[in-house]
Design a protein around this ligand. Structure first.
Ligand SMILES: Nc1ncnc2c1ncn2[C@@H]1O[C@H](COP(=O)(O)OP(=O)(O)OP(=O)(O)O)[C@@H](O)[C@H]1O
Ligand SMILES: [Mg+2]
Length: 402
């Protein structure tokens, strides 16, 4: 079982049979901003976890490199992770093994059992390699188990809030939906190109192409509009979607994704690529039941617990279900509530403006700011209902109380 990875930290994955001490690795990596090393048992498991965790460093035995099978799957994952470096381990420094490992994408080699000093030196070289690429942006995917809960409103408002803070570095809003108003209508945009063009030419996905498809809203948010035809983005599978997000990460400090409510390939690609998933719900039986089932699916997809936050939208004094009860039903904290303000939201959509522009004094606007604070790791803010609980559980862990 791999432990959840705290957000905002780089990750390293170790295959247990690589024969390198986990304690030693943690001692070297944790002071350098890494989460505790995640350990997997097999190469097959490694390939799966690489996809989910997007590690900066992988340590794996390389005796089977070049012989097909699981190592090929790892090489494929490496192509999707340009910032990841593999340290290959072997009990012998056999030239054939080293060559096959290099061909499979392994950049560093360690003969085991290795002296701690040698492990430190190897990690030091790897850190230099992983530190040099351009800073990678983050992807926040907004998802709800069913329609009408406010996914699009939250995605657009979060993008606006992030753009307000990160104007120069740029923020993208990618519309992966096939139903609902879509960002064209919500933000009154008329883009020449859209996600359908990207899905139709997946072999062209690079920075120039993606830039040419995006349209920048007057507020400074770069919008990737949804495909006009309902099925035009269907060919955007997990691999091509992953490549698109790699490009978006290079260009934008933050990419916010609005998604459909079913697990089609484009939705899965956006969930897979996400650094954080914002799971939208409401404090009513129907929304909570759907959210409960979705949490089960997301768990089975193997996403680490910390990748996900639950946000309860449209909270009002008339809610029949309390936040604490919702948390019990969902078996996890509701990180944030967003107040009900129908007039501001629907007037914003009608005028094709961001809620913040249309109703800057609405309490909903400060709650969106709280959401951005939470996701970017800035302080605590209004609306964070379970923040105290999160902090407390972290405190308990710190003091070894749990
Ligand atoms: N916090 C809120 N307070 C009041 N109304 C809201 C709030 N958030 C969203 N709404 C309203 O709820 C409706 C649905 O919102 P939105 O379109 O964002 O949801 P969605 O989940 O994207 O829906 P769809 O399934 O159609 O894509 C809209 O009329 C919107 O204005
Ligand atoms: Mg929507």
């Amino acid at each position: 079982m791999v432990s959840p990875i705290p957000s905002g930290k780089r990750t390293a994955l170790l295959v247990a049979t690589a024969d390198v001490s986990t304690n030693l690795l943690n001692e070297i990596l944790e002071p350098r901003g890494f989460a505790p090393v995640a350990v997997v048992s097999t190469l097959a498991e490694l390939a799966v976890r690489m996809r989910v965790l997007q590690p900066s460093i992988v340590i794996a035995p390389v005796e089977s490199a070049g012989q097909g099978g699981d190592f090929d799957a790892i090489t494929m994952e490496l192509r999707r992770l340009p910032g990841c470096v593999v340290i290959g381990t072997s009990r012998t420094k056999d030239a054939d093994i080293v060559l096959a490992a290099m061909r499979a994408g392994v950049l560093e080699f360690l003969v085991t059992p290795a002296e701690p000093a040698e492990v430190r030196a190897t990690i030091g070289r790897v850190l230099q390699l992983t530190a040099s690429p351009t800073a990678q942006g983050q992807v926040f995917t907004v998802y709800a188990a069913k329609g009408g809960l406010g996914t699009s409103t939250i995605a657009a408002s979060l993008a606006w809030e992030l753009a307000r803070r990160n104007g120069k570095q740029g923020v993208a809003l990618a519309d992966f939906t096939t139903t609902g108003a879509g960002m064209r209508v919500m933000l009154n945009l008329n883009p020449l190109y859209d996600l359908g063009n990207i899905a139709a030419q997946t072999d062209r996905i690079d920075l120039d192409f993606v830039r040419s498809v995006m349209v920048t809203d007057p507020e400074g948010v770069a919008v990737l509009a949804a495909a006009e035809e309902v099925d035009a983005a269907d060919s955007l599978d997990i691999n091509t979607g992953g490549r698109l997000f790699d490009v978006l990460r290079q260009e934008y400090a933050y990419t916010v994704v609005d998604t459909d409510h079913h697990f089609a390939e484009p939705t899965l690609a956006a969930l897979d690529a996400a650094d954080r998933i914002i799971l939208v719900t409401q404090l009513d039986v129907s929304a909570l039941r759907s959210t409960q089932r979705t949490l089960g699916v997301l768990g089975r997809l193997g996403y680490p617990t910390d990748k996900l936050i639950v946000v309860a939208n449209r909270r009002s004094d008339r809610d029949r279900i309390a936040v604490a009860d919702a948390e019990q039903v969902l078996r996890r904290p509701v990180t944030l509530t967003l107040p009900n303000d129908y007039t501001s939201c629907s007037d914003a959509i009608t005028t094709g403006a961001f809620v913040q522009r249309h109703a800057p004094t609405s309490s909903l606007v400060s709650a969106f700011s709280g959401l951005a604070d939470h996701l970017t790791g800035v302080g605590t803010a209004a609306g964070l209902v379970a923040g105290a609980r999160d902090d407390r559980s972290r405190l308990f862990k710190l003091f070894g109380l749990r």
